[in-house]
Design a protein around this ligand. Structure first.
Ligand code: ADP
Ligand code: MG
Length: 718
């Protein structure tokens, strides 16, 4: 795959399957291209001399094109793409549907399409795509009813229908695009490729996406992170709830990741996530037109008290601050306004203000260093003409290095002034909260741009020993492991209480005697997932109760499930839960983002608490630390109600070590350390992994093991 410049800016585009037949996709594409494209459009159709007045060629080989749009039926599409490859046409947009989205035959066809693309090194969009648009050359290689207007947004969408809807709406709302691409089934080019391309495209100011799934989450994160240093990315992802996720997968044949993975992944990628289409374009609009604020302080200038309060609330809700003005600013405001006006934030120029007073107040406030952004908020009065106010706001905003947003509250009279402001790049809404949210997007992007990304945490570990422990799963008819796999943690430097699994009351006693103080005893069985649920955990067992407790635990297991495989009883050192906090550190493999780490408040009520933070592994130290700061119960870790703070560094390190473990071993499908007891700072270990549960895929374990993996045939030939 080469650069995508030629895909969006070809000289000659062949339409394979061009036709003049009314209602045909091949007609729509041809006529869209003929309408505005500055380059040449070459219809390919062996049965016609001309299509829509333009001479045809018989095959793509005769077209001398550098790009092709494929609109032939599915059965002919592969041959058409191969012909492009043979003819040296390297940019191919496959509009034809009937691939991965439609059954097993379609999926086979899609794999062959990808293979052809590989063979001929094609930039291939689709299949099942609506097409692509690039406004500088007037290229409209879609079968949609609307062309895009020129602008600075580059837009990708997995849904073709959404592209047509957005173009229609955007044309009504004065929103323009640089490039638009309907991704279709993403057999070859996917969201990461376009992020990468637009990141280095000078004319793209903001990248926006409608995504239902992401092909390779890790690659996307790494690419998007780099891109967002210069070009903001805003994405709305559908299929958020589990019901929605099912709809998404049946829609395009991709698996939609769980929302937690998306939220974490997009955040780590530096992508601003929009919850709705309105939010998507609010964010994209202001990112493309307004400067970034230096501070989080917002100044509100209004002629109406009530809306001023609403705006103040919205500033709080958006996690921004109401700027506190310097004495000088308030003095200057006082000089220029009547005594009843409010010279503090929110500035109230009061109901009888004319545009001149409004303008003056705005001009004074934006000069204050505490003001990172300004919001102009006006209700209709007899003394204000909105068109004049729009002129004034535009004038103040010119050359200003702080962003301004406006709220003109009203109906018809706001329409033209709003258009004027928006044409000048100043977002204008009715609702103060919406204006504040768009300012908050600028702060969010500023913080993303300023982020420092660190390398993944990495420790000296005993990988081979871990592999041996994971390999014990091969001796089972079950791929789950429990506390019998605790040695994994020794291999990866995660502290555990001392303990041993025994198979007789006498052995239990021997082990307990070797441990200081009372012990904990647990049933060990792959058939019993939640040991305490069946009374399978005895905490605080004294030396003289060991044998009885052993028998009791075995009996409980038998009563629960007579044919349960019982591996024995674990005798474990007690961990001080009085001063400690039970946390959970876990991993679940997401189909798109891979290993998703979780940290949260743990113990047996973890599901009830639902207090968790997620990141895609591998994580850097700051990312791991952020997980411990994000949960609602974070204050509990830092010492609440007279308790000592726990050793948060040790928790962060454990997250990092687990991150390394699950990254080293793709065979680990899921893993819970619950609880990881976090203890106060002390001399010895200040965390203890007390319990573990994991699922291992033996096949993956074999395939990534250098000793047992099948040799790569290509390597043998080399
Ligand atoms: P399960 O999760 O299968 O029920 P655990 O081993 O997590 O089994 O034990 C359940 C609970 O028992 C823990 O959440 C913790 O409160 C307590 N517990 C388990 N092991 C210890 C230990 N070594 N020291 C102190 N408390 C423990
Ligand atoms: Mg547990």
């Amino acid at each position: 795959m080469g650069t995508l410049n030629e895909l969006f800016d070809p000289d000659r585009v062949a339409v394979v399957g061009a036709t003049a037949r009314e209602g045909a996709v091949g007609r729509a594409v041809t006529s869209n291209l003929l309408a505005d494209f500055a380059g040449d459009t070459v219809p390919v159709n062996p049965n016609r001399d001309a299509v829509l007045g333009t001479p045809c060629v018989d095959g793509v080989a005769d077209a001398d094109a550098d790009a092709a749009v494929i609109v032939v039926p599915p059965a002919a599409a592969l041959d058409a793409v191969e012909a492009c490859g043979e003819a040296g046409v390297r940019n191919v947009v496959v509009i034809t549907a009937g691939f991965g989205e439609s059954g097993a035959d379609g999926a086979t066809r899609e794999r062959r399409l990808a293979a052809l693309s590989d063979e001929y090194d094609l930039n291939l969009v689709g299949p099942n795509s609506l097409g692509i648009v690039s406004t500088p050359s007037g290229l409209n290689a879609t079968f949609g009813p609307e062309n895009a207007s020129p602008g600075g947004l580059s837009f990708m969408s997995q849904s073709g229908a959404f592209v047509t809807a957005v173009l229609d709406w955007a044309n009504d709302n004065g929103i323009g695009f640089k490039d638009v691409v309907s991704l279709g089934n993403k057999a070859v080019l996917d969201e990461t490729d376009f992020v990468d391309h637009w990141g280095s495209d000078a004319e793209t100011e903001v990248i926006i996406g409608y995504l239902e799934g992401i092909e390779d989450g890790r690659e996307f994160i790494d690419t998007a992170r780099e891109t967002t240093r210069d070009t903001p990315i805003v994405a709305v992802k559908s299929g958020r709830t589990s019901a929605g996720a099912q709809a998404a997968s049946s829609h395009t044949g991709t698996l939609a990741g769980s929302d937690a993975a998306y939220e974490a992944g997009l955040d780590q990628a530096g992508v601003i996530r929009a919850e709705s289409v309105d939010e998507l374009f609010d964010a994209a609009g202001i990112l493309g037109s307004q400067p970034l604020p230096d501070t989080d302080g917002v100044a509100v200038v209004t002629n109406a008290g009530g809306p001023g309060v609403m705006a103040t609330d919205a500033v709080g809700d958006a996690d921004l601050d109401m700027a506190s003005f310097t004495r000088e600013t308030s003095d200057r405001l006082a000089e220029s306004m009547p005594a009843e006006a409010n010279v503090h934030n929110p500035v109230d120029v009061i109901g009888d203000a004319d545009v001149a007073r409004f303008r003056e107040a705005l001009a004074i406030t934006v000069e204050d260093d505490a003001v990172g952004a300004a919001l102009v908020l006006a209700a209709p009065t007899a003394t204000i003409d909105f068109a004049d106010l729009a002129d004034a706001v535009e004038a103040v905003s010119e050359g200003l290095d702080a962003p301004i947003a406006a709220c003109l509250m009203g109906g018809d009279r706001t329409r033209e002034p709003k258009r004027q402001l928006q044409a000048a790049g100043i977002p204008c809404y009715f609702d103060p909260a919406r204006a504040v949210d768009s300012l908050a997007t600028l702060v969010e992007y500023r913080d993303i741009r300023d982020r420092e990304y660190a390398d993944p945490m990495s420790f000296d570990v005993d990988r081979e020993r871990a592999r041996e422990v994971l390999g014990t799963v091969r001796d089972r008819d079950d791929n789950r492991l429990g506390v019998e796999a605790m040695e994994l943690f020794d291999a990866y430097g995660i502290p555990t209480p001392s303990g041993e699994i025994v198979d007789s009351p006498a052995r239990a006693r021997d082990v307990a005697v070797g441990i200081d103080g009372d012990v904990v005893m647990k049933i060990v069985s792959p058939d019993i997932l939640h040991k305490s649920d069946i009374g399978g955990v005895a905490v605080g067992v004294a030396d003289d109760e060991i044998e009885d407790t052993y028998e009791d635990l075995i009996t409980r297991a038998r009563n629960y499930q007579p044919d349960a495989t019982v591996l024995g009883v674990q005798v474990q050192e007690m961990v001080d839960l009085e001063d400690g906090v039970e946390t959970i550190v876990g991993m679940n493999r997401d189909p798109q983002f891979g290993p998703l780490l979780m940290f949260g408040l743990g113990g047996i009520f973890v599901e009830v608490m639902e207090d968790t933070a997620f990141r895609v592994a591998p994580v850097s130290e700051p990312e791991a630390r952020a997980m411990t700061e994000e949960i609602r119960s974070a204050p509990l870790l830092r010492g609440a109600r007279g308790r000592d703070s726990v050793d948060v560094d040790a928790v962060v390190e454990t997250i990092g070590r687990l991150s390394q473990l699950v990254s080293d071993f793709p065979a680990i499908m899921e893993l819970d350390i619950n609880p990881l007891v976090a203890l106060p700072d002390g001399d010895g270990a200040t965390v203890a992994a007390v319990d573990v549960r994991l699922t291992v895929d033996p096949e993956t374990l074999d395939s990534d093991d250098p000793d047992t993996a099948e040799p790569d045939p290509e390597e043998l030939n080399a």
